[in-house]
Design a protein around this ligand. Structure first.
Ligand code: GDP
Length: 304
């Protein structure tokens, strides 16, 4: 269905490469493992996670003394599902809004261009469809275009956006947004934040300040910090995850642009390397093109 469609290019490419890795070989030997390592790395699974997978397969080959290449597909699939299970306990992993935390505050971070605004819009739409009252906050005040784009999405979805002029203090916008949400008895607040990775200290200071100011309105906020990564950018996505996880406590990931790319491996590598669950994947530009991440569906699509 949609996920299959969305990940079509991803799976075709991975599957084709996997076929080439074992071509003409009946048993898994060092050559096949070398080829497999290359397939995983070029599929953006990341070096560390690739080595982990290869080691696990080597251990199984050593234990059973023999592994046919015809079994490799199944075994690799088990190992990848196992890795995903370490960070994704349930079948799917959407953000569920508890009724005892009102408003539930989601702070969204990520660099410009990754699809942050679009993801916020799609997410607001999903929550609204669940009957929840949503308020958005435009705390990425650095670019006028960021505020305008978020306004376009707020109008499209039909939810209020709290904003100030470009260049105003992001923490002040966040404060206003939470105050307004409390006044309106809203269920969910989604705050857009600075999209530039100028330097680690600035980023950390800015995010810390936003948090501190938000806590003046609602205790223990934000409840979630959602990092948006562009799944088509491979190593850049890993690098951004590294920077943001150093600057703040990221609780969940959204990986975008998995519709037009052969880079779905990023999902496997990033969740493993940073031990943070992927909760959503973006599979298009439309309002409905955000899917709750389901590890079984993902693995199915990756291997079909
Ligand atoms: P931001 O700068 O991070 O806020 O990025 P935007 O939300 O403005 O998105 C940048 C571009 O990526 C826009 O053209 C979006 O339509 C596009 N985009 C966002 N998410 C997806 C996705 O999942 N798939 C595709 N194909 N495009 C996306």
């Amino acid at each position: 269905e949609t996920l299959d469609k969305g990940l079509e290019k991803t799976k075709t490419s991975f599957f084709t490469k996997l076929g080439k890795a074992v071509a003409g070989k009946s048993k898994v030997d060092d050559d096949v493992l070398d080829n497999l390592e290359e397939v995983l790395v070029t599929s953006d699974v990341g070096v560390d996670t690739t080595l982990k997978i290869i080691e696990r397969i080597e251990a199984r080959v050593a234990k059973d003394k023999y592994m046919g290449t015809d079994e490799l597909n199944t075994i690799l699939r088990e190992e990848i599902a196992g890795l995903l299970s370490e960070t994704h306990s349930g079948e799917d992993s959407e953000i569920r809004i508890p009724s005892n935390k009102k408003p539930y505050v989601i702070m969204v971070v990520g660099v410009n261009g990754v699809g942050k605004t679009t993801t916020i819009g799609k997410l607001a739409h999903q929550f609204k469809k669940q009957g929840l009252k949503v308020v958005l906050g435009a705390a990425d005040t650095f670019r006028a275009a960021a505020i305008d784009q978020l306004q376009v999405w707020a109008d499209r979805v039909g939810v209020p956006l709290i904003k100030q002029q470009m260049g105003s203090d992001p923490a002040s916008v966040a404060f206003d947004t939470l105050s307004s949400a409390v006044k309106q008895d809203a269920d969910v607040v989604i705050i857009d934040t600075a999209g530039r990775l100028h330097n680690k200290v600035n980023l950390m200071n800015e995010l810390t300040k936003i948090k501190r100011v938000m806590q003046k309105v609602v205790d223990d906020t934000p409840h979630e910090v959602l990092l948006v990564l562009d799944g088509s950018t491979g190593q850049n996505a890993f690098e951004q995850a590294k920077q943001f996880t150093r600057a703040t406590e990221v609780t969940s990931l959204a990986v975008t642009k998995l519709d037009g790319t052969a880079k779905g491996g990023v999902v496997i590598g990033i969740s493993d390397q940073f031990q943070i669950p992927v909760k959503y994947i973006g599979v298009g530009e439309g309002i409905e093109d955000l899917q709750v991440f389901n590890k079984y569906e993902f693995v199915d699509s990756f291997f079909k």
